[in-house]
Write a protein that binds this ligand. Structure first.
Ligand code: MG
Length: 384
């Protein structure tokens, strides 16, 4: 079978969903609605060309929506004054060797590979095919807020897209079209083309109102459960000469200093290692080798920034972090809030998600003998 073209119609101004931009350019779970629709067809091996009809006011938005790397580079086409004119503009951009075309609504971001498969399978034996869902609710006709009469739901369907056609037949149908049409199936029916119904999908909803965004997000969440990660970190630095220590980003005047290659912020090091651990990325030493002189005396927030960056690049944000400092002195209690605030600021999260605690070791061991400070940290990350 030669490859199939899809025309994604995204020239509408739909603002019933609220927001400053048309609904197809609004963000649904981190990605534009239109980008999701495009990606669904990009992922289908039978699709050989993606044409996106958009509005001349939306050129910048369209470029954002199509900026991600993809198998197919979408062909952008300016829409017309009516839906029919937009589809015709899209049809004109289909490459000449194409026999079958799907027309999809840019506001249906959750179209599944199965629905596309069913439409394509039906086109093997039918001139046209479209997905739909049988009506199960009782139907009424109402007048002035009161039920006037129950209606039969027998043989009634809720139409979806993509709607599939022989491209030549659909072009001819549009040329014959007189007056408006709600969708391409209506255009085809008016031209005498028989359209087969295939099983649609409740998840293939058309985003129209703000509620639809919430429904679509819930569907995506159910399909892609969040990814949670836990990491732990442990670090020790020895006391030496000095007049201050850095702990969790706070400079504390002290009779001795902590020794280390960087500023020796043992709390921030344990926390940073916990983040690397949650990501399976080793520890600070891997990313900032002590043998490299450029990190000598470095402020440790560089390490924490780097670990947070690595988390974000992999699609994670901080769930929470818990740091414990083990030392006889300095006294941490009065500084806990400042430490939490500094860490929350670096990690771009709320202070309520960051804990800093301190304990002594009852004068036992190296921390008890005041030879150094140890720190433990636990972090959770969650997928964005
Ligand atoms: Mg260290």
């Amino acid at each position: 079978m030669s490859k199939v073209a899809v025309i994604i119609v995204a020239a509408g101004r739909g603002t019933r969903a609220g927001g400053d931009v048309p609904k197809q350019y609004q963000i649904l779970a981190g990605q534009m609605v239109l980008s999701r629709a495009i990606a669904a067809f990009d992922a289908h091996p039978s699709i050989g060309q993606i044409i996106v009809v958009h509005h001349s006011d939306d050129v910048n938005l369209y470029e954002q929506a199509t900026s991600a790397p993809a198998r197919l580079t979408p062909v952008g086409v300016m829409g017309g004054k009516t839906r029919s004119a937009s589809v015709l503009a899209g049809l004109a951009a289909v490459s000449t060797d194409t026999k079958l075309v799907l027309i999809h609504d840019g506001a249906r971001p959750l179209v599944s590979q199965n629905v596309i498969d069913r439409v394509l399978a039906s086109l093997a034996t039918n001139d046209a095919a479209a997905p739909a869902i049988g009506v199960v609710d009782a139907l009424w006709r109402g007048v002035d807020g009161a039920v006037q009469s129950p209606q039969s739901r027998e043989g009634l369907y809720r139409a979806q897209t993509p709607q599939g056609f022989d491209i030549k037949q659909l072009r001819d149908a549009y040329l014959k079209l007189d007056g408006p049409a709600a969708d391409d199936v209506e255009v085809a029916i008016k031209a005498g083309i028989e359209v087969a119904i295939v099983q649609g999908d409740e998840a293939n909803l058309k985003i129209t109102t703000a509620d639809d965004f919430a429904r679509a997000e819930a569907i995506l969440r159910a399909k892609n459960p969040p990814d949670f990660r836990v990491g732990n970190g442990y670090d020790v630095h020895r006391f030496g000469t000095g007049d201050h220590v850095w702990l969790c980003g706070v400079k504390i005047p002290h009779a001795r200093g902590l020794q280390g290659h960087s500023d020796a912020d043992v709390g921030m090091h344990a926390l940073t290692d916990a983040i690397y651990g949650a990501l399976g990325l080793g520890d600070i030493g891997v990313h900032f080798p002590p043998s490299d002189p450029q990190w000598k005396g470095a402020a440790s927030h560089i390490f924490l920034d780097h670990a947070m960056d690595a988390a974000r690049k992999r699609g994670f944000e901080i769930g929470n972090a818990d740091v414990t400092l083990v030392c006889e002195y300095p006294k941490i209690g009065p500084l806990q809030h400042d430490m939490r605030a500094v860490l929350a600021n670096i990690m771009n999260t709320d202070i309520s998600r960051i804990s800093v605690k301190a304990t002594t070791s009852e004068r036992l061991g190296f921390t008890g003998r005041k030879e150094g400070i140890a720190s433990l940290a636990t972090v959770t990350l969650r997928s964005i």
